[in-house]
Design a protein. Structure first.
Length: 649
């Protein structure tokens, strides 16, 4: 089954680098300079010039790099206006201040963009300055309208008029701004056009040496490769370049976004551990920048990726952090996102009541906010939970509601998840041909979207369908393809489920040794995952959810024993049964003891430890005095060798 994380605001995440990041992450333990507002910075810098306090001028420009360009741009604009109004002396004063600031900025930061801007001002004639003022006004109008989808054509018109003027007067800085604005608008219209504009903008921005604008262009190109082209490795290369520049200039807010986009690219590649790494780095950078929304979003995405790797307690920890921040900033959509993800994690742990509570609360928030993406996501996740709880008919209703909304929103990623889930619920209802049809459609779409996690889910589920349809060769081929992808994704949950499916396939073929072997491999992975969980409650509920693997192999061995009672299949079945029962018993005992540790006196704790030790010794003694000893001392591999030997005889 597929969990869906919705994208209610079309957040450019990820969402979604290099393996070596230490070189571009600054040390945050040093004393940070006091950060001023833009107005405070300009007031203090102007006063420092008046007092001829060169040391303070340098200090302000060093500590507030990103505030220098808006200051110089304002001085240039005011100088032009004053000159056009006939105030030549004041215009010259503004130009002189801009020239000093640009020169100091270049000397300190080795960036010549502001010097180029001031040189233009010095070289333009009065008619050219009139044209500059007109073009700047048109550019500002375009920028004010570019986020309004209904007025995108109007914004494009203003931008194109502006860029023609900029070209005539040789204002490359103005061109660089407009090209970036056009790229932004076409991002939501035509990705090929937006890529062309971003590339043109980058070329001009490199020429004028504006590093802040260069970082924006590189980031934009990376987004196009990640979101539209599906070339995630290329996207990561651009995100790395953007991150390098944004680290160099101290643009923390933008760096936090770039790291999220980079993490999202890794997520789409199915490299969940790397995705978690960069979402966590994004959290720290956004914390430095003071952006609580981005902090919460990074924790939400980190938790979602942790659940993909089977680290459920760690996933809940990050999701709880995200929920706390979203509640602090009163972001109801964010809260709904977190709750539905938490619901899915709880369902993976077998706690369906808590899972349904979380998703029900999330759905209410999405309805109140009229958030269609959110509603679609919660409908899907509620279906997953109900299906896991053994209620396929109700699950199917939620899936259909979700599919309707995703198709209305033209969200192919969402549709992919629902197709997969409709296939699994058809399987549960016994309609294996319909299940295979859904999973085949999902597989085709996953490959179109280059979604590795979607592909492996569809391969696994389609193989399960084909097992039931008797298409054993096709099923085995799909299991093997899925297993290869699951291992590359480092997704133990998917790996063990594929192993168990392969075991069923070999059982149907009559290759019982291989069936036992793959069931054992699957159980080994489950127990490894269970061993990483700190909470005894989580351990117990998870094993209760996955106990069917024990039941399947025991039932298979019982069937084999009925066919031939001389080969020792009953001994192996008994051994599996003992493992399952003893695991559950000792989990419950450990949980019981853990529940009373807090606040208990030392005598009581000592008595409990004695009980546990006594039970362990008693178990060992029983094993030495009964048939259990004979069975439990033999490993499954030894028993299999014995069976194999009897077959050879």
């Amino acid at each position: 089954m597929t969990i869906v994380r919705h994208n209610s605001r079309k957040r450019l995440l990820f969402l979604f680098g290099s393996f070596f990041f230490a070189s571009i992450i600054p040390c945050f333990t040093q004393q940070e300079p006091e950060q001023l507002t833009q107005d405070e910075f300009e007031e203090q810098l102007t006063e420092a010039y008046h007092q001829s306090n060169n040391q303070l001028v340098k200090s302000l420009i060093v500590d507030h790099r990103l505030m220098v360009k808006p200051f110089v741009n304002r001085l240039i604009r005011e100088s032009i206006l004053l000159e056009l109004d006939g105030n030549i002396i004041e215009a010259q004063q503004k130009k002189s201040l801009a020239e000093k600031t640009a020169g100091t900025f270049k000397n300190i930061h080795s960036e010549k963009s502001l010097v180029i801007a001031v040189d233009n001002l010095k070289n333009w004639s009065k008619p050219e300055k009139e044209q500059k003022f007109k073009a700047d006004s048109l550019s500002s109008l375009g920028t004010s309208l570019r986020t309004n989808r209904e007025k995108s054509e109007e914004a494009i018109k203003y931008y194109r008029e502006a860029i023609e003027i900029y070209k005539k007067i040789g204002d490359e800085y103005g061109q660089a701004i407009v090209l970036g604005g056009l790229a932004y608008i076409y991002y939501f219209i035509d990705y090929q056009t937006t890529l062309s504009y971003y590339q043109n903008a980058l070329e001009v921005r490199e020429k004028i040496d504006d590093k802040q604008l260069m970082g924006a262009s590189l980031n934009g190109i990376g987004l196009v490769y990640s979101r539209f082209i599906g070339d995630y490795e290329q996207a990561i290369e651009y995100f790395d370049k953007a991150a390098d520049i944004r680290t160099e200039i101290g643009d923390w807010s933008s760096l936090g976004s770039t790291l999220s986009y980079k993490a999202s690219a890794y997520e789409k590649m199915g490299q969940f551990e790397l995705a978690v790494k960069y979402f966590e780095q994004s959290f720290e950078i956004n914390k430095k920048a003071g952006n609580q929304f981005r902090m919460a979003e990074a924790m939400l995405n980190s938790g979602t990726n942790l659940h993909q790797t089977g680290k459920y307690p760690e996933a809940l920890e990050d999701l709880e952090k995200a929920e706390e921040i979203f509640r602090n900033i009163n972001d109801t959509i964010g809260i709904g996102d977190v709750l539905t993800q938490m619901g899915f994690v709880y369902s993976m742990l077998g706690d369906y009541n808590t899972a349904i509570e979380k998703c029900t609360e999330a759905l209410q928030l999405m309805k109140e906010g009229k958030d269609l993406w959110g509603m679609a996501g919660v409908y899907n996740n509620m279906g997953v939970i109900l299906q896991s709880a053994g209620k396929p008919e109700r699950a199917s209703e939620y899936y259909e509601n979700s599919l309707e909304k995703y198709e209305e929103l033209d969200d192919k990623q969402g549709v992919l998840g629902i197709l997969n889930n409709l296939g699994t619920v058809s399987f549960d209802l016994g309609d294996f041909e319909k299940a295979e049809e859904y999973h085949y459609r999902g597989l085709q779409l996953s490959r179109e979207l280059k979604s590795k996690i979607g592909e492996v889910h569809c391969l696994l589920n389609m193989a399960n369908d084909q097992n039931r349809l008797g298409k054993l060769d096709e099923a085995l081929s799909n299991y093997e393809s899925g297993l290869q992808i699951a291992r590359s994704l480092n997704s133990p949950e998917t790996v063990w489920k594929t192993m168990v499916g392969m075991a069923e396939n070999y059982k149907l073929r009559g290759e019982y040794d291989k069936a036992i072997e793959y069931n054992e491999k699957g159980l080994g992975i489950i127990e490894e995952m269970r061993g990483t969980m700190q909470s005894e409650e989580f351990k117990t509920s998870y094993m209760a959810r996955e106990r069917f693997v024990f039941e399947d192999v025991i039932n298979m061995l019982a069937e084999l024993h009925e066919k031939d009672g001389k080969k020792g299949y009953d001994l192996i079945a008994f051994q599996y049964a003992e493992r399952s029962k003893s695991r559950a018993f000792f989990d419950l005992l450990a949980e019981s003891i853990a529940n009373v540790h807090e606040g208990a006196d030392q005598d009581l704790l000592q008595k409990q430890e004695q009980i546990l030790t006594g039970l362990t010794l008693a178990k060992q003694q029983l094993e030495q005095e009964s048939l259990k000893d004979q069975i439990n001392r033999q490993t499954i591999s030894e028993l299999k060798e014995k069976i194999k030997g009897s077959e050879e005889e």
